[in-house]
Design a protein around this ligand. Structure first.
Ligand SMILES: *Cc1c(COP(=O)(O)O)cnc(C)c1O
Length: 365
């Protein structure tokens, strides 16, 4: 069936690629278990399709209670970790009722646990401490007293898990990461519970951070977190292919401006394409004229500013382009990692920025 918008911007998500990537991540994780991070609507790929496709994971991690409950509504009984924890008694009781693990990173959250019903299902807690990112987490020196306080709560499952987050794991050899790892080791040394430290970059560049649970997002979607490395080198496959079509092919005289503000001027008489995607679809407005796009399999570059519904394309790389030709914005042939410099966005932001105006198609199983 053709969609009402015809063939405008389309995000094609390959569920087989997601499964394949989980297999790669599991091999890299070795003995460690995997929390598949599916926050922000499965990094923009669609939580409802992504989570079931990743059912072979050991657990899921999300940022919000709404996301956690969405996983339960899909009928998935996995461990689900709420990475930011809860902010109110009502959230805590909903998490408890649906067996959602909560991260506890602040004294307010300890107070919420203290105030909760003693009776009823035990709550799984991941106590988060700060090894140097200075975003969420208790000072390491507070951890022993917090563990004592949690041990006195019969409704908190014992022992709690301990976790921390790396700020710069994407920079191999980074001294700050080294010091975060040392602080982590020191803090967890005598603790009998399970531990978690690594994100995608930790898993790849710092295998010593795998601990009991790795928390992996980006790699599952087939993208490398390490600058200068593409996922293909890790045997990962991009799960999303973001495409659209050419709406117009125009002849542009030398010196004429293209698009808002005349930011691009044709250096010579040339063909300029207009494709049906813009920042209203999540194609970043910050993308510069050097940003590559593929037109019918040929590499071209943007011309002029990204508008809400359209982009201009310098067709000197493919002057034979025709209205209706497919334009690939990113995908296997144009990995998002390659766009980082010219788009001035990180892959995480590009993927979860694709808006709901875009038609999502799911392939594979
Ligand atoms: C988002 C997130 C992750 C996953 O990060 P990736 O770089 O996508 O693997 C892991 N841990 C925490 C605490 C997060 O917020």
């Amino acid at each position: 069936m053709t969609s009402p918008d015809g063939e405008r911007a389309i995000a094609t998500v390959d569920l087989t690629a997601l499964r394949h990537n989980l297999g790669v991540v599991k091999r890299l994780a070795g003995e460690s278990r995997v929390l598949a991070v599916v926050k922000a609507d499965g990094y923009g790929h669609g939580l409802e399709q992504v989570a079931p496709a990743l059912a072979a994971t050991d657990g899921f991690a999300v940022a919000t209670l709404r996301e956690a409950l969405a996983i339960r509504r899909l009928g998935l009984a996995h461990r689900v970790v709420l990475l930011e924890g809860v902010l109110s008694p009502a959230q805590l009781s909903a998490a408890r009722q649906h067996r959602i693990d909560v991260v506890v990173h602040h004294a307010e959250q300890v107070a919420l646990l203290q105030a909760a019903e003693r009776q009823g299902a035990q709550i799984n807690v991941w106590l988060k401490f700060d090894t140097g990112m200075h975003r969420l987490g208790f000072p390491p020196a507070d951890v022993p007293a917090l563990l004592d306080a949690l041990a006195d709560m019969p409704h908190v499952a014992s022992p709690p898990r301990l976790m921390s987050h790396l700020a710069s794991a994407d920079v191999p050899g980074n001294a700050h990461t080294q010091s975060q790892i040392e602080r982590f080791r020191k803090t967890v040394a005598t603790h009998p519970g399970e531990r978690s430290l690594a994100n995608s970059a930790g898993l790849i560049a710092w295998p010593e951070t795998r601990e009991d649970w790795v928390r992996v997002g980006l790699l599952l979607y087939g993208v490398s977190p390490i600058a200068g490395q593409t996922a293909g080198e890790l045997d990962l496959r991009p799960a999303m292919r973001f495409t659209t079509r050419l709406l117009a092919v125009n002849d542009c005289a030398a010196g004429e401006p293209v698009g808002y503000g005349g930011a691009f001027r044709a250096p010579e008489t040339m063909a300029v394409g207009v494709a049906a995607v813009g920042y209203g679809d999540g194609y970043p407005r910050a993308a510069t004229a050097a940003t590559p796009v593929m037109v019918a399999g040929r590499e071209c570059a943007l011309a002029g500013r990204v508008s809400m519904d359209m982009i201009g394309i310098d067709l000197r790389g493919y002057p034979d382009a025709r209205v209706g030709d497919e334009v690939v914005l990113w995908g296997a042939e144009l990995p998002v990692e390659r766009l980082v410099d010219s788009i001035q966005a990180i892959p995480w932001e590009m993927l979860c920025g694709v808006t709901r105006r875009v038609e999502f198609r799911y392939v594979g199983d």
